[in-house]
Design a protein around this ligand. Structure first.
Ligand code: SF4
Length: 493
């Protein structure tokens, strides 16, 4: 356990995130206690074993922050009137102490947020020269050269992609289908096993129609830039249901400005030829077929009731139907997988030559079965490391792909990142929009969240739909009202 004692409540969220990044398998407790002597029984860096007890005391006092840990005190001067700079100095102070204590460096340095590219992109859009952005990331956040390189590649591409987006009068649309053939071990998305919710699907679709009608009536003059069907697994719906829903999208919305139309087919066990044909007929131009792994034993362990063979079949079918942009998602760090397993999966995926490859590091989410039933899985190796990531980067390079978006999550294996790679010309604009928060995204369906972007991207507010499907159906009018209120607030009504 790591105990952080503060003499006042300040920056505790940032401190927690940073300490947790150094000690992902330890619990971190923030206490507000003054004057207590640190009880530090930590072993030497190379001997760190679980459990440890480490106490850090952080003391704020007029223009100075002191940090006591392992019998050593360090201090930094701060300008109290500059909160951002104070936070960055404090984080560097903690980082350096923990680096010395553990003998480890964090590839992203003190950056603990989920969008490490946001700072670089903001500066790039303000025409700050690349060298200055690089120095800023290195000096302010202690980010490694490798991650700075990655960030610069990503934001340069993002800048180019965003240049064709209308922030002022455009918006993007997310439609959530929260049903899946079965629930994956690590899942924290709104997802319900279809077999138990079959009776609710029709009513759910009618609620989506109500939300579409609301958009039609309330923001008819706004231009729709991208559509993204996610979930869940949208292709859990039958071909007839998909046809009906996509027809409703066309009936209520003007698609003449659309730059991109994506449906996450996701699970191979939900994909059939007639569903793919329906998507194609309605103008969907991007789909995902997500293996996560090509190891049969792992698929079973993570609760995906399909075979490796079905991944090849679904992919083949999608190409035959004429999809030109297919993304494949992989997860590194799945329970029981070695580096060789990951390399094998990547090699198999590479044989299919997808246009996008999205590489995730396993994140242990609070609401996932993996977390809830942790005792059952704790003895499995769940490792992601630089070597795993390099294997993925190498395969992406061999496929002629470049990184174009990235984000991080809490409790990620290896404290690394999720990266989207693409063959040039096949990048997913919606993925960049959701990460960089430059355009308003209207979101329909259970568990979805609208993001309202105003002040040229300076202000982002949200309105959320309830997660539970039954609740969503019963409270659909209230969900629409929430949207109406927010749209009024941002003066779109
Ligand atoms: S396919 Fe995705 S949404 Fe569905 S259960 Fe698995 S992780 Fe969750």
């Amino acid at each position: 356990m790591v105990i952080v004692r503060l003499n006042e409540a300040n920056f505790e969220y940032d401190i927690y995130g940073l300490v947790k990044s150094f000690f992902p398998t330890q619990s971190v407790e923030i206490q507000y206690e003054e004057g207590a002597e640190p009880k530090d029984s930590a072993p030497k860096p190379h001997e760190i074993e679980e459990p440890i007890t480490l106490v850090m005391n952080v003391h704020y006092e007029n223009g100075r922050i002191g940090l006591s840990m392992s019998g050593k005190t360090t201090e930094v001067e701060v300008d109290d009137s500059n909160r951002k700079d104070t936070k960055n100095r404090l984080k560097r102070l903690i980082y350096q102490a923990l680096q010395e204590y553990t003998g480890r460096e964090l590839p992203w340095g003190t950056l603990t947020g989920i969008r490490p590219t946001k700072i670089a992109l903001t500066q790039l859009l303000e025409e700050v020269p690349e060298e200055e952005i690089r120095s800023y990331m290195k000096e302010t956040y202690l980010t490694s050269e490798e991650k700075i390189d990655l960030s610069m590649k990503v934001v340069t591409k993002e800048k180019e992609m965003l240049s064709k987006v209308d922030y002022q009068d455009g918006y993007s649309l997310y439609i959530g289908i929260p049903f899946c053939p079965s629930t994956c071990l690590y899942c924290s998305f709104p997802s319900y096993a279809l077999a138990s919710y079959n009776g609710q699907v029709e009513r759910y679709l009618q609620c989506l129609e109500k939300e579409l009608q609301f958009l039609h009536d309330s923001i008819p003059e706004k231009k729709l830039t991208t559509i993204y069907f996610g979930g869940g697994t949208p292709t859990s719906l039958s071909a007839e249901q998909l046809d009906w829903l996509l027809s409703k999208v066309e009936e209520y919305l003007d698609l003449s400005h659309l730059l991109e139309y994506t449906v996450e087919a996701g699970r191979p066990d939900s994909i059939t030829r007639d569903k793919l044909e329906v998507l194609k007929a309605h103008g969907v131009d991007r789909i995902s077929i997500n293996p996560q792994t090509m190891k049969q034993e792992t698929l079973k362990l993570i609760g995906r009731h399909h075979t490796v063979e079905s991944i090849y079949d679904a992919y083949q079918m999608a190409r035959e139907v004429g999809f030109e942009t297919i993304n494949m998602d992989m997860i590194l760090g799945l329970p029981g997988e070695s580096l060789e397993d990951v390399e094998h999966s990547l090699k198999e995926v590479a044989k299919l030559e997808p246009d996008n490859l999205t590489v995730h590091s396993l994140a242990i989410k609070h609401s996932s079965r993996l977390n809830i039933e942790w005792d059952k899985y704790r003895n499995y190796v769940m490792e992601n490391s630089d070597s795993h990531m390099h294997a993925a980067y190498e395969v992406a390079k061999e496929l002629g792909m470049k990184p174009y978006y990235l984000y991080r999550q809490k409790n990620m294996a290896g404290n690394l990142e999720n990266v989207g790679f693409s063959v040039p010309g096949h990048e997913g604009l919606y993925n960049v929009l959701i990460m960089e928060e430059k355009q308003t995204i209207m979101a329909l369906g259970a568990g979805s969240a609208c993001k309202y972007v105003t002040d040229g991207g300076k202000t982002v507010t949200r309105s959320e739909n309830v997660k539970d499907v039954t609740n969503y159906i019963e409270r659909i009018d209230e969900m629409i009202e929430r949207k109406r209120n927010k749209l009024e607030e941002i003066a779109w009504l």
